[in-house]
Design a protein around this ligand. Structure first.
Ligand code: NAP
Length: 281
């Protein structure tokens, strides 16, 4: 794509950022919609993050995505936040507004739910409880959005039980429980959805060792780890006959609100896009 002097600019700030698939994803959409715009990888060290964020309006950027390790710092630094960013305590999408003010949004929960709805068209959130593995930054957004769409009860299972308890307590202790890994065999029989939000099973991380035998076959399984695309958890679940949803779709859908705010269209998430971004995973 040849840019004009009026090209719309956005990018992703991370440290490191070279692994990010977002430039490939947004680049695909920019080409697809024939937009005069660019989306750049922006490697920003933590010590320079504030300077870089404040430079967005100065440089004429329409905004940026923010990824590890900057999401909490972005939350602190932006001028305004959306309600969902407030709920999540982290910002992954920044939109430059009039007079250079920065609006912070968090689209991870949106991306998670849109991906589930696309992958499980018959999913009835209110039908059964969900078991969430992990209590980190991603788990928070996922718990908020699952409660919002009507899942009656969540149980957060985490290596560090205190962290699961603190997350449940801060969100909705009436609808969220916390449990240790050893409780999983007793929790799985009641679950309609199992979600892995830990980094276990990701390339370079320890494996996620879990026996799905107690999980009813009607339950769906999703993993937000997407490298590899088919994690050992998803392979085991698929082999047993569960509906499975991979984590790449969450990344694709979470990008939509930012793309729309910076470039115009609400971009489509298609099988072709999924395959394009998944290349090499
Ligand atoms: P995080 O805040 O660092 O949380 C990591 C979680 O994994 C914690 O619950 C942690 O448990 C658990 N964990 C890590 N190592 C473990 C081990 N050896 N044994 C047991 N539990 C372990 O990370 P995050 O930001 O939530 O991200 C988690 C994963 O989601 C990452 O792989 C990330 O790439 C992926 N992600 C994907 C998307 C997407 O769009 N698909 C979006 C966001 C994140 P403790 O509390 O006990 O440490």
């Amino acid at each position: 794509m040849i840019l004009s002097g009026k090209a719309k600019l956005a990018g992703v700030m991370g440290w490191p950022v070279s692994h990010s698939r977002s430039p490939r994803l947004h680049g695909y959409w920019l080409d697809h919609y024939g937009i005069d715009g660019a989306y750049l990888p922006l490697a920003v060290a933590p010590a320079r993050f504030e300077q870089a964020l404040r430079a967005l309006p100065v440089l004429g950027f329409r905004g940026a995505n923010v990824t590890i390790p900057h999401k909490e710092e972005a939350f602190r630094l932006v001028d305004h936040r959306t309600t969902r960013a407030e709920q999540m305590g982290a910002v992954n999408t920044v939109v430059v507004q009039e007079e250079g003010l920065l609006l912070g949004d968090n689209t991870d929960g949106f991306g998670f739910i849109e991906n589930l709805r696309a992958g499980l068209p018959d999913w009835q959130p209110e039908a059964a409880q969900a078991v969430i593995l992990g209590a980190g930054g991603a788990a928070r957004g996922i718990c908020v959005s699952l409660l919002e769409v009507g899942v009656p009860r969540l149980v957060i299972v985490n290596r560090t039980l205190d962290r699961a308890q603190a997350l449940a307590e801060s969100l909705d202790p009436g609808r969220i429980g916390a449990a240790a890994w050893s409780a999983l065999p007793d929790l799985l029989p009641e679950a309609g959805l199992l979600v892995n939000t830990t980094s276990l099973g990701m390339a370079g991380q320890p494996p996620l060792e879990i026996d799905l035998a107690p999980l009813p076959l009607s339950a769906a399984v999703t993993d937000i780890v997407y490298a590899p695309l088919m994690t050992a958890l998803l392979r085991q679940a698929q082999f047993r006959g569960h509906a499975v949803v991979d984590g790449l779709g969450m990344l694709l859908h979470q990008a939509r609100p930012g793309f729309q705010a910076w470039f115009g269209p609400d971009p489509a998430v298609t099988a072709e896009l999924h395959a394009f971004v998944a290349e090499g995973l």
